[in-house]
Design a protein around this ligand. Sequence first.
Ligand code: MN
Length: 693
Amino acid sequence: MLRQYELVERVKDYDPDADEALLDRAYVFSMKAHGAQQRANGDPYFSHPIEVAGILTDLRLDDETIATAILHDTIEDTLATQEEIEKRFGSNVARLVDGVTKLSKIEAQTENERAAENLRKFLLAMSDDIRVLLVKLADRLHNMRTLHFIPDAEKRRRIARETMEIYAPLAERIGMYEFMNEMQTLAFRELEPDAYASITKRLAQLSDGGGDLVARIGSGLRMHLSRKGLEAEVTGRQKHAYSIWRKMAERHISFEQLSDIMAFRVIVEGAEDCYRALGLIHQRWPMVPGRFKDYVSTPKRNGYRSLHTSVIHSEKVRIEIQIRSREMHAQAEYGLAAHWAYKTKEKTDTQQGWIHDLIEILENADSPEELLEHTRIAMYQDSIFAFTPKGELIRLPRGATSVDFAYAVHTDLGDQAVGAKINGRVMPLRTPLANGDQVQILRSKAQSPQPEWLGFVVTAKARSSIRRSVRHIKRDEQIVLGRKLYDEIVERLPTALARGALGNALRRLKLPDEAALMEALARQTITDAALMEALMPGSAGGDVKPAPQRSAIQIHGLTPGVAFSLADCCHPIPGDRIVGLRRPGEGIEVHSIHCDALADGVDADWVDLSWGSGSDGGTAQLSVVVRNQPGSLGVVASILGAHGANIVNMALSHRDAAFHTNLMDIEVHDVQHLMRILAALRAADVVASAERI
Ligand code: MN
């Protein structure tokens, strides 16, 4: 644990004018307040706020922030009060501590409620002062560093999940990549211990095999630039286990196929030198097409600037290279914190823009779950840029469509969109935009937002605007669905309903009318058993018939009442892009967009479809090549088991001395679930490859 004078010295080092007495008072106050409290590992509790303060000195933050870190748990966990903090440390520190406390207070609520509620307060606190968020992130980072001391496994996993889904993306969003990386690595180790161990082991083997390959390639790079008269600082590293894991999952490749697991950073003096270095590197080593990105002329939304490229290095490995100036580097490492500490005490425009978007979503969101979904979407995606006819630049997440574009320009424009001209050609509204597209929205006052748009828009703003206006339509649909469920439940009762039973049930359930009951059934806020009991007291525990199998699949784009089936040839699962083939007299066959059967059906009637939210379940066919050694199939089976995937069918298709190929059908929830399973299989030593057929 940092001692008092060490902490003060660290701050004085970068800020000679820091208020030493303030830091001393905070240290003593916090130590006394926490008294004999202990952390899970038996350390005095007081070591935690001090370590959090230590983390923040690495960001060179001001004395008020450091004092806030030292005091951040005193209001929540000790007898200290807000008034006391204000009297002793002034109104600024008191306001900051209060902000951090508000975030911690809600951690006792249920997971969904809490996560969304947490974010709400986060954002409000942040828009007030970004330092609150910095303290909270450092607090979470230290808690992750000491996570393994917590004995309760479920609690550890919950904290790790929350870190992965909320805090790491927040750190990324404000450009604090060091924080993000460490949080992800620690959370990944907790959530996927086998994959973590397997990838870490393979990384270690790799550096044993090639000597110090990273150092060799790095000094080669520096020498090449220096010979051409450009002095640069070159550092290299192997990528983090988690980012390797994510690439394996996203690109559907195995560890062996993943060639760019080394990344290098070239730091030069100014922006011009960046382009010179890039030229020299591309002259010497062939670039990998499609990987070059220029964030110097077009910075990321969070202010990040760098040139990115990948080249094929002479050692037969692909390497990733980032080129940036010293100033860009400081900002990239510590993001807004650096900006805040080095430049100005005002918040930047980019930060304001992001918060502004989110606050608008907060106001429109219907439920905590919906808010969480919006926020995740808003945080995860990378940007593209498109132009209005007047040449105004609109920043959108990758995958955004003309509808997202229209809503980004103006809510009214989105609401009235009927079509779009992309680069002068009339295109469907659902067409994903590409970087640099010029988009003209065609509008009509008679138009209103279409529910189908929800199937393809990606921006939170478009989604919440559309939802707001289609909410009443969705209610009608739910009432229809609820009535179906109601009829099924009545069927299952032991005897016919008495006259007036429904009216009595509504009174017992305290519902105003039938429509409210049907809606509640569709939303599943009333269980089957509760309704049975209300309709026929005493029946729920007794002689009722079993529930029929209900399909959890919902597909948008179908005319209500039309029968559909999932095609046997391609086994689409929720998350796949799908289209329907209309077969006269047989309803609609749902195919994956990549299915060969579609080529035969060109003349048939195509129907544009998308999965309804919450669709769950499907059978995926896998081909898994495993090493021919005892126990290898057991490993595969236990990975599938650990991910909750049921094997419904399995056959050995090919076998030789070293490998055998297994074809298996497994039940999965959706594409994301399948991707996680495939990535876990690929990470296993005994698995040579795992593919979906
Ligand atoms: Mn804390």
